[in-house]
Design a protein around this ligand. Structure first.
Ligand code: NDP
Ligand code: MG
Length: 391
């Protein structure tokens, strides 16, 4: 990136954990970035505040109820305001945008990400669900459009950083590190009784509610395994997970000569966000530096696939392929919501996901439309299973 050359960015989900941290990165590098678009689901107050500070071209809110309030606040400032899912998907085509940071959560990321790719925008991808659901179609579309997908997820950023200068050297294997979350060491019986308030306390990372529950159930690592398959063009047997509670080694690549490269640092999402939106340059930062003496021991453990069934289900869905990862993702989204808000048990989330994987119609070579249908069908199925369980 040239000094004078500002990168024009759209942040989808600017009011969330990744979105707000991306804006902190931009605050520290105002000469490098121009914010063009900001979006949120329903947090109109914060979105309006952000809009007044960054003066984007336009903002989009998903919730129709909150639209009037947003519009009123921004009316006098010449910032365009839009509302709804169609507007979110269309706005990414704005000419001025160079790169779209997908920091929204869940399946809702798929449509705007595809539109952005087709419009020739580079993607800084936080919304892993998009690649989990439709990785084959999304990566093929990116190749066709000649756009890059820069990973924001810390593990995938680590692998990407290890691959710089190695793009022609085949990967033998990757190890995705996992902190193990708040319930590391729990057996299945102990997991049955954990509550949302316990699951929402992650030992090393401060994140949105959905990914925090995914981390506690290890579904996050399962989704990341599938994300890695598509980002790095790997076969299932080339991907392994290792529990590393200190979250200092962010992931490891093993090459065919046996050499292993890892990327290290303190757990702070601002670093991978900055690397993704600033690539190929490493921008100056004042993030706290790692001190070896604070970490006299870095430890590693095998994941417990019996207690954390979601991880096994994700590996299974990846191996089966087709629309299975889409079913896994949709059932998980509904199950996480029911765990947080409707009293579904922690381990019952895996029951619902497993039932959906067994019951929803399998499609070997899905089209994009098939994914939308599978997503809808799985949500209906998961809702009805949950109703049977919780009454
Ligand atoms: P948050 O819940 O903190 O933020 C989500 C953002 O997306 C908010 O701006 C929210 O708006 C918006 N949003 C939510 N649902 C929709 C929807 N249906 N349509 C449009 N916008 C929506 O999530 P995170 O920032 O934690 O995570 C975002 C993504 O990044 C996820 O895919 C997650 O897996 C991934 N990720 C996150 C990490 C982290 O450290 N947080 C690490 C690695 C990956 P509103 O505020 O109005 O609700
Ligand atoms: Mg991660």
């Amino acid at each position: 990136m040239e000094n004078s050359d500002k990168r024009h960015i759209a942040i989808l989900g600017s009011t969330g954990s990744i979105g707000t941290q991306a804006l902190e990165v931009i605050d520290a590098n105002p000469e490098r970035f121009q914010v063009e678009i900001l979006t949120a689901h329903s947090n109109a107050e914060l979105l309006a505040e952000q809009a007044l500070k960054y003066k984007p071209n336009a903002v989009v809110i998903q919730s129709e109820e909150k639209y009037a309030c947003l519009k009123d606040r921004l009316f006098d400032f010449g910032i365009k305001t839009y509302c709804g899912a169609d507007a979110l998907a269309d706005i990414v085509e704005t000419d001025a945008i160079d790169i779209v940071l997908t920091a929204l959560v869940g399946f809702a990321g798929l449509r705007p990400t595809m539109k952005a790719i087709e419009a020739g925008k580079h993607i800084a991808l936080a919304n892993k669900e998009t690649l989990v659901v439709a990785g084959e179609i999304v990566t093929a579309a990116a190749k066709k459009a000649g756009v890059n997908i820069y990973p924001v997820d810390s593990e995938h950023s680590a692998i990407f950083q290890c691959l710089v200068g190695e793009f022609h050297n085949p990967i033998e294997k990757i190890y995705l590190t996992a902190s193990g979350g708040p319930f590391r060491g729990y057996n299945y019986e102990q997991l049955k009784t954990v509550l949302p308030k316990n699951a929402l306390k992650h030992p090393n990372w401060d994140m949105g509610a959905k990914i925090t529950i995914d981390s506690a159930s290890m579904m996050n690592k399962g989704l990341e395994v599938i994300e890695a398959k598509w980002l790095f063009g790997l076969k299932p047997e080339q991907i392994d997970v290792i529990v590393h509670p200190q979250s200092v080694l962010h992931s490891i690549v093993q090459f065919r000569d046996g050499s292993m490269k890892a990327q290290m640092g303190l757990p702070d999402m601002k670093l991978p966000i900055q690397y993704a939106i600033g690539y190929p340059e490493r921008l100056l930062s004042d993030f706290p530096r790692f001190n070896f003496l604070d970490y006299p021991e870095l430890t590693f453990e095998k994941p417990d696939y019996e207690a954390f069934r979601n991880l096994k289900l994700a590996f299974g869905a990846m191996a089966d392929g087709g629309n299975k990862p889409c079913i896994l993702n949709a059932a998980n989204e509904i199950a996480v919501d029911a765990f947080l808000n409707k009293g579904l048990g922690f381990t019952e989330m895996s029951d619902v996901i497993e039932n959906a994987l067994q019951s929803v119609y399998f499609i070997e070579k899905p089209t994009l439309e098939d994914y939308f249908e599978t997503d809808a069908e799985t949500r209906t199925f998961a809702h009805s299973r949950i109703l049977e369980k919780i009454g």
